[in-house]
Design a binder for this molecule. Structure first.
Ligand code: 6PG
Length: 482
């Protein structure tokens, strides 16, 4: 077989097949390989006319059909299948060739794999790809890590298939080794937070205001014309308007209320804990999914018939409208917190892992193609470009102003939700984070005192440098410099 393909895709399930088609539609010559040839055949039979494909029956054939430096994109199940595929490819490839893992790998795995492949003279690129099946076909947001050198080859290929916003492709080289997968992981963490916030908004309208899913869908449709304009708000309206064909009920009412998760949100929180970065909104969103899945515990709790507020809260029409407006403001403020926390996590990780990540560029490539795409990412990228968001997105004038405008509404929503007995863990924890940040003194001073008393852990003083310990058991409790 002569080498003619400039890129190849391994793994032709939904995402891989869509990516291969997207590549071919944009003039790339695409080698394709799948463990079972029937999938490859299906792709060629159904979509072969969309561009130039080189279907391969064996991995050897696949590698032989690629021009040098060979570029192979793997889109297989995370974990062992990915390691197997990487090893098989690496055994057939040569120094200078590039293996791209476009799945949702955990970034420490990507760091490990990059090291092993680099030691063999090849490039390994962990690339976050967001946008689901449709994004993979019509234009995803792409977050490649790996070496600068591999980026030279990948840039034109990835730019040809990525989503475009204002003519700019939603792809940039994020940084070395695992940086791409790290940023994709945080993207997913923000996605969790955003989805939970939207769901909390829905729950308040549904339970406290007694609105129907369709009515709430209309509200989200309206919100999509405001600063909340985003893909997730748009699809929320669509989900809420959907009627179940079998029962005629709103579809949302026949879906089991147990949210699934595949791990990226959990990883975001685990890594934030390691880095000691509070990503409270994301953590609460992960825990909220966890609670939803504790079916037995929840069933037991129902049997307990706990007392507490429940049911629709009687409200005059104008109060209802005002409350819906408050929820919109609270959603916006909490969403800003989610992004601020997510970007902080990226900043801290970049220090630890020695990545040079351009946060403005990250915000720019999230404007299109990905699940969290939203109009306000334009503002976020501007805030990072100007340096205003260097310490926190919350301190950039545009967002500071937005938070201050929303603040009263935000407090009303959280306090009223608590009094209505409706859980709003992400609204509340986002507000708590904001209040923690703006507090001139925190009760952490008391914690330091406690730690020093029971464990001689020492504390620092506000008026003198050094570590101090109080001799708690001695008379007069003298202090010594530790
Ligand atoms: C994306 C999505 C994608 C995945 C979600 C779903 O950016 O395209 O994030 O990667 O579908 O992660 O994840 P959960 O199953 O954990 O909700």
């Amino acid at each position: 077989m002569t080498a003619e393909a400039n890129v190849g895709v391994v793994g032709l399930a939904a995402m891989g097949a869509s990516l291969a088609r997207n590549l071919a539609r944009h003039g790339n010559k695409v080698a394709v390989f799948n463990r079972h040839y029937s999938r490859t055949e299906k792709l060629i039979n159904e979509h072969g006319s969309e561009g130039t494909f080189y279907p391969a029956k064996t991995m050897e054939e696949f590698v032989a059909s690629l021009t040098k430096p060979r570029t192979a994109i793997i889109m297989v199940k995370a974990g062992e299948p990915t390691d197997d595929m990487i090893n098989q490819l690496a055994d057939l490839m040569e120094p200078g060739d590039i293996i791209v893992d476009a799945g949702n790998a955990h970034f420490p795995d990507t760091i490990r794999r990059e090291k092993a492949i680099a030691a063999r003279g090849m490039h390994f690129v962990g690339c976050g790809v967001s946008g689901g099946e449709e994004g993979a076909l019509l234009g995803p947001s792409m977050m490649p890590g790996g070496s600068e050198e591999s980026w030279k080859t990948l840039k034109p290929i990835f730019e040809s298939i990525a989503a475009k916003v204002d003519g700019e492709p939603c792809v940039t080289h994020i940084g070395e080794n695992g940086a791409g997968h790290f940023v994709k992981m945080v993207h997913n963490g923000i996605e969790y937070s955003d989805m939970q916030l939207i769901s909390e908004s829905y729950d308040l309208m549904r339970r406290a205001l007694g609105m129907t899913p369709a009515e709430i869908g209309d509200v989200f449709e309206e919100w999509n014309k405001t600063e909340l304009d985003s893909y997730l708000i748009e699809i929320t309206a669509e989900v809420l308007h959907q009627v179940d064909h079998k029962t005629g009920k709103p579809l949302v009412d026949v879906i089991v209320d147990h949210a699934g998760m595949k791990g990226t949100g959990t990883w975001t929180v685990q890594s934030a804990l390691d880095l000691a970065v509070p990503v409270t909104g994301i953590a609460e969103a992960v825990f909220a999914r966890g609670l939803s899945g504790q079916t037995e515990l929840r069933a037991e709790a129902q049997k307990q018939a706990f007392e507490g507020p429940s049911g629709v809260v009687p409200m005059a029409e104008e109060d209802k409208i005002a409350f819906i407006n408050d929820i919109r403001e609270a959603l916006y403020a909490s969403k800003i917190v989610a992004y601020a926390q997510g970007f902080n996590e990226i900043t801290e990780a970049a220090k630890v892992y020695d990545w040079k990540i351009d946060l403005a560029a990250v915000a720019r490539i999230w404007r299109g193609g990905c699940i969290i795409r939203a109009k306000f990412l334009n503002r976020i990228s501007e805030a990072f470009e100007s340096g205003d968001a260097n310490v926190s997105l919350l301190f950039a004038p545009y967002f500071k102003d937005a938070i201050e405008t929303a603040e009263r509404s935000w407090r009303r929503v959280v306090s009223r939700a608590i009094s209505f007995g409706i859980p709003v863990p992400v609204f509340a924890s986002s507000l708590e984070y904001f209040d923690g940040l703006r507090s001139p003194r925190l009760p952490a001073a008391l914690i330091q005192g406690q730690r020093d008393l029971f464990g001689a852990h020492t504390y620092q003083r506000v008026d003198e440098p050094g570590a101090f310990h109080t001799l708690w058991t001695e008379e007069g409790r003298p202090e010594i410099q530790a």
